[in-house]
Design a protein around this ligand. Structure first.
Ligand code: DLZ
Length: 154
């Protein structure tokens, strides 16, 4: 039997972080979590590219451009869709999730999901460095692990 364990060593990996400007008071904190999470796991600062998009609805298109460029081993998608402030909550959140998954499956490049979908700003802040941790950091770890796994399996 062969077993491939989770490998969180990011040394030498090139990562693109796509981040939404909408709800920037949350996404800046998620971005900080993602950047420090990559750095702590060995990804070099010169190997990290940050690409800003208007809102979560635009995140999937940019993740696909990054994935198709051949310049990145993994992509991290960051956004914050907050129900109380969003008329089209289900639409934006659903399209973002579906588009990000589609990018990953169709290009083969792992895209980690760091888009929060919350009822209130408080819930979002809680998950962006508050009591519930930082989902940007979790997305960074997932991106590294999937890039390493792809190198083993693909
Ligand atoms: C328009 C909109 C609304 C109402 N709410 C959010 C949100 O909670 N989170 C988010 O990331 N983006 C939101 N947007 C912006 C859309 O994602 C998109 O940028 C615009 O509709 C322009 O296409």
């Amino acid at each position: 039997m062969k077993e491939i364990g989770a490998d969180s060593d990011g040394e030498g990996l090139r990562v693109c972080i796509v981040v939404a400007q909408w709800n920037a008071f949350v996404t800046h904190k998620l971005l900080d979590g993602a950047k420090s999470g990559l750095g702590e796991r060995g990804v070099g600062a010169d190997d990290i590219t940050v690409a800003w998009v208007p809102g979560s609805f635009e995140v999937p298109a940019a993740t696909r451009w990054a994935a198709e460029s051949g310049r990145f081993d993994a992509v991290i998608a960051i956004g914050a869709v907050i129900k109380g402030e969003t008329d089209h909550y289900e639409h934006i959140a659903g399209q973002a999730a579906a588009g990000i998954m589609e990018t990953s499956q169709e290009t083969g490049v792992p895209v980690a999901f760091g888009v929060l979908t919350c009822d209130t700003p408080e819930q979002a802040l809680d998950r962006a460095g508050g009591g519930q941790g930082n989902k940007g950091d979790e997305a960074a770890e997932a991106a590294i692990q999937m890039a390493r796994l792809r190198a083993q399996l693909a």
